[in-house]
Design a binder for this molecule. Sequence first.
Ligand SMILES: Nc1ncnc2c1ncn2[C@@H]1O[C@H](COP(=O)(O)OP(=O)(O)OP(=O)(O)O)[C@@H](O)[C@H]1O
Length: 308
Amino acid sequence: MIETQGLTKRYGKLEALKDLNLKIEQGKVFGFIGPNGAGKSTTMMILSTLLRPSSGKAYVGGFDVEKNPREVRQLIGYMPDFFGVYDNLKAIEYLDFYCGAYQIPERKRTALIADLLELVNLSGKADSYVDSLSRGMKQRLGLARCLVHDPKVLILDEPASGLDPRARIEMREILKELRAMGKTIIISSHILPELAELCNDIGVIEKGKLIAYGSVGDMTVGVKGISIMQLKVLDQAEAAEKILTDSPFVKRVDNKNRYFRFQFTGSDVDKAALLANLLSQGIPVVSFSEAKENLEDVFLAITEGVGS
Ligand SMILES: Nc1ncnc2c1ncn2[C@@H]1O[C@H](COP(=O)(O)OP(=O)(O)OP(=O)(O)O)[C@@H](O)[C@H]1O
């Protein structure tokens, strides 16, 4: 449904996107992860026909974004990372404005707008002024706005940015509904663990280059032979931390109140040796086990040494 081939974008001397090759099949959710300035918005704007690539190709639904922008726009709903909401418009009027932009016949609009408001949990706010809505509500209204023409593909640039945890969960639940409706979704985020639940595949981009790409499962298994371990001790946390940081196989020790989480690069034999070392030095170990990696671990492991 979405494909890029050698996609490259230069802003003057800066290569914001370098030879990006992506393939996202119909009905799949693709998570685009990367630090600020990595090239996520640039990619999404090219796919949305708002920016021309310097070289390479991008296709949506088989249409070339440069040669057939009209067809592409019919297929996509694009939610930018920042968008304005007009003052002095009620939520319902705001959506009606976008229905007009997409030439939705007037007789269909009332039912459509009611459905969209329900989908994004804003039915009770239909007559509220847009600028009076909370940030989370505005984001959800922004999502409703890009659904007016029932696009098959959603391109969502950090739809959860700036939202509090509750608002993020609400946004995620709505995205799950859209996924269940069979939409193909490309979504960028800094909120890494939340993408794991939502996405089939993820791509990690840094400085314009795709540095990892595949299913969440594949990545967590294969990342540089790293596993994520957790250790809980009864006390002597400081001594335990020293043993961990002295080990050549241990990286990125995170210590929260006698509970450690760390990357481990050694084999099972090395793991057993580390546990034996902890015990032999009298550390009261409550538990020592492999943790289920989350996307954040994967992201940190993959981008190790790549970033600035
Ligand atoms: N119009 C522009 N002119 C010059 N440089 C630009 C322009 N737009 C983006 N850039 C640069 O291109 C690079 C990629 O930017 P982009 O916005 O695609 O990153 P991003 O991954 O979306 O970051 P963020 O998470 O901060 O939105 C950055 O170095 C950025 O400063």
